[in-house]
Design a protein around this ligand. Sequence first.
Ligand code: ADP
Ligand code: MG
Ligand code: MG
Length: 885
Amino acid sequence: MIDKPKITVMPKYVYAFGGDNTEGRSDMSDLLGGKGANLAEMASLGIEVPPGFTITTEACINYFKNKKKNKFPAGLWDQVKASLSDLEDKQDKLFGDADNPLLVSVRSGARVSMPGMMDTVLNLGLNDKTVQGLAQRTGDERFALDCYRRFISMFGNVVLGIEGEKFEAILSKKKASRKIEFDTELLVADLKSVIKQFHTLVRKSTDEEFPTDPLKQLRLAVEAVFNSWNIERARAYRRMNGIPHDWGTGVTVQAMVFGNMGESSATGVAFTRNPATGEKHFYGEFMLNAQGEDVVAGVRTPTDISELEKTMPEVYKTLVEVYQKLEKHYCDMQDLEFTVENEKLYLLQTRSGKRTATSAIKIAMDMVNEGLISKNEAISRVPAGQLDQLFHPTLDPKEKIHVLAMGLGASPGAATGKVVFTPEHAQEMTEKKEKVILVRIETSPEDIQGMNVAQGILTAKGGMTSHAAVVARAMGKPCITGCGDLTVDVKKKKCTLNGVQIKEYDSISLDGATGRVIKGQVSLIRPRLTTNFTQLMRWADGVRELNVYANADTPHDAMVARDFGAQGIGLCRTEHMFFDEERIFLVRRMILADNNKVREEALKKLLPIQRTDFTEIFRVMDGLPVTIRLLDMPLHEFLPTKPKEIQSLAKDMKISRSAIMGKLESLTEVNPMLGHRGCRLGITFPEIYRMQVRAIIEAACRNVKKGENPVPEIMVPLVGHVNEFDRVRELVVEEAEEVIAKAGVKLKYKIGTMIELPRAALTADKIAEKADFFSFGTNDLTQTTFGLSRDDSSTFLPDYVDHGLFDRDPFVSVDQEGVGHLIKIGLEKGRAANDKLHVGICGEHGGDPDSINFFHDLGLDYVSCSPYRVPTAILAAAQAVIKAQ
Ligand code: ADP
Ligand code: MG
Ligand code: MG
């Protein structure tokens, strides 16, 4: 019996749920973590939840602040003991009692779900004495011993830091010696011997006996769960998902219920709708005589939930009632964990389920039709950043394929790549730009980074709700699980699929929709967009205020962008156009020319080629603005550097090698990013810019003559001083007017500039006087504001994010405080000087939902992003409006 201690210290660190007092609510997930908050909510809804209590994330944060002293925050432990004593009353059992022991689970849970990233300990409170009490009370010694062996291995792993494989090895050896396959076949004597070996393993690994005092067990487990917030895989998961490192985790201590009490008990996982496709049907799996992680970890391949209706019809009926109630209550698709103990159903978790983008859209649309949510809610629900998943390739149905094996189609989409067997190897190969398929017996949270880089994932074990399946769906990656005909030999680096041997680096393909594992490479095609997607885009168009343009350098990219609804091109870079074989020769000739005549000849030959580029882009974007940036790249980047290439260039150009080397040397810069580039080139080599303007305007004039409606906008890069802009502007106007007059057509064009230097933003009023538009080049503006070269930052920038110095990588999500402030200044000054000024951004941030939200709030006219991000930008722009309402 635990004495109720007096509590004097304030912050409330512990919140009870279940039985007759529930203190938490679903909207308290910041404090209680999602798991704790939703357990409390379910208890309040009258759903059967084993009672317990949740320690707040605040306690975790304070524990880390106290870390040096390695102490719980003052008052925490007393509150825990008080709540434990209440729990004893609720359960009519006593913690640590040899006759009628209370057992608990100690679970982690952050504000947002981080599936399997942190740790959980089940069956806590067992020792050599209480296990006997459990056996006697239940009349099932085998069951009690099964709990005990699970507890020692989980506690040994999570709390004492002993590798899980060591426990697994003992268990596997026992099964092998008994010639049995499953844990459930272990008999009392086997379990006793396993437990003895587990104890020995603990003693040898820690130099101490396994802790028998349940209170000590609890204290250590709570600490371990706190600490699991900072284990590497949890940090990696947060990095990948942009979750801050300072939230901390809640810890839920909850009375155990047992799914491993024989054939009338079970444990399972279910989704209220299909998380892969969004279809409206109950989706899930269960396993008889099993506990906790067995389903997710794939120790056996679980049974489809529909079977439960046959095995335990009453339980199934209740489960259906509960899931419908939960979905209605939360108005969202839920991911549930349940356990059946002797035909009685308990809910152990509910949360908003992870889903693919396809599924997210379908569910949102259906829920609007069902009257569960509003249109705006539907728009806000679909994660804008995930929309590009919809454009992932699928199998070409015309292709002949050789199916090697079938598994469960756990996450749709097709993938082709070379087989690797470990997550580390997947990362290595990807760094070498290889595409890989990660093949595993099953995945665990340690595999997360390898899964992140793989094209697709194939596992031998595990079901549709296994770790691999859930994580792959959230990543939008093709995944096949439960492939029974797959055997994997990680050591020998090979596997077999229905007897066919596949070695490391052999190519295979996966069809994640149907579960087919295919031999070799297959060709992939772009999927057709669903009507749900089109509908969602239409709704978003009706709401958003920002215009969305695309960054596109080729007619093909322009076409993709226009099909997705881009309203113009915000950035057409001309340098990429110079890199094919014929052109690069002319460009090099122009650069290497030692007199104007040779240079002009080369430019003359380039002119018609450039003109054709623009003609086609204008045609694709007919009627919509096309913003073309004049040459920006430093000239030396067009010259070869390898001796061999220099040699052959010298030969082609009929000049000496040393002349080329000399030129190269004279062009080479210490700091090319801040060197002779952008409008500085146009000022020293006006003939280059003149040629480009001529090509643009001639192309437009020709299109006008054909009855088309081109809208050219000429953009001057890297302006820092108004005089630079004015000088280039004069040149552009002169050239353009001449071409237009000669063509005898009516053509309107605009001249504007990129704002990508702090000085340009600070003096934007002056520049705006003669500019038609500003386009904030947020990539360069980030580099020049931070004084940080993006290309050189990869060695230290990730550490900044990891250690919390920066919240986000400023090249991914715009730095609102610094760079954003410059944009604000530039925008305000620019508009004040010229009320017709059209203002947008064209950096990669134009496709980042958080940045788009910021740009909307600032009041920009448009964002421009890469073609496949256009739908993301459209949706994010609509979400920004709704958020601000
Ligand atoms: P995760 O966040 O990784 O899912 P959980 O804390 O949910 O970890 O627990 C892991 C597994 O243990 C889940 O399957 C869960 O349902 C099960 N579990 C947790 N607490 C209990 C309990 N009190 N009784 C029975 N099973 C439990
Ligand atoms: Mg869980
Ligand atoms: Mg730039």
